[in-house]
Design a protein around this ligand. Structure first.
Ligand code: TYD
Length: 209
């Protein structure tokens, strides 16, 4: 019996989440684990359609509440059609962004209210929360310079991204047993080693991995 695990990667723009998710998946598969890699917004066919609504070039006038509801709607579909079925099959599910992105971007940085936005996503996902959230931390001044193809959210002012960064650090500080904060500044190999160690601890914690 292998234990399923749900692991989320969070961080600001240019923190290298996608690279680290792929590297972790490769290293876990090499040890015989079955891994599902997914992302938000998106991760299921319908949620990918919602993603294109949210991030489309023509979405500059998207109302903030509409944006928050679309992220939550996409998340509900993603959980139902991708994440939960994979967990039921015993997979390790790695998601590039999850619920905390909504709380940080829409709740804190957009000012819609962290508690309200968290409650909305908890309702949307029937309270499906990650076993571990890996926060890849980077100063937005460095991260934004690394990021390519700025989307609508990346184009927000620096103060917005500072708020997002601080929000992720605050979530981690409030629940250290469910988070690990790793600096995204060192070379990807070094970051990957630290990520793998944190994930191994999470897998071992259930005693079944
Ligand atoms: P994406 O191109 O996937 O960026 P990244 O590589 O940084 O993950 O775009 C996703 C954007 O949407 C990103 O700017 C963060 C933002 N976002 C939210 O504002 N709220 C959310 O709930 C999620 C999942 C993402």
């Amino acid at each position: 019996m292998v234990a399923a695990r749900f692991i989320a990667f969070e961080g600001g723009e240019g923190s290298g989440k996608s690279t680290q998710v792929e590297r972790l998946a490769t290293s876990l598969r090499a040890t015989g684990r079955t891994v599902t890699v997914t992302r938000e917004p998106g991760g299921s066919p319908r949620a990918e359609q919602i993603r294109s609504l949210i991030l489309a070039d023509g979405s500059a006038d998207l109302d903030a509440r509409c944006e928050a509801l679309l992220f939550a709607a996409a998340r509900a579909d993603h959980i139902t059609h991708t994440v939960r079925p994979a967990l039921e099959r015993g997979h390790i599910v790695l998601t590039d962004r999850y619920l905390d992105s909504s709380v940080a971007y829409q709740g804190v940085a957009r000012g819609l209210g962290a508690d309200r936005i968290r409650d909305l996503s908890l309702w949307a996902t029937d309270h499906t929360v990650p076993d571990l959230t890996v926060v890849l931390d980077i100063d937005p001044r460095v991260g934004l310079a690394r990021a390519q193809d700025a989307n609508r959210l990346e184009s927000e002012p620096l103060g917005f991204h500072d708020d997002v960064r601080q929000a992720f650090l605050d979530f981690a500080a409030a629940a250290p047993h469910r988070y690990t904060v790793i600096s995204a500044v060192p070379p990807p190999d070094e970051v990957a080693t630290l990520v793998r160690a944190a994930v191994d601890r999470c897998i071992m914690a259930g005693g079944l991995g």
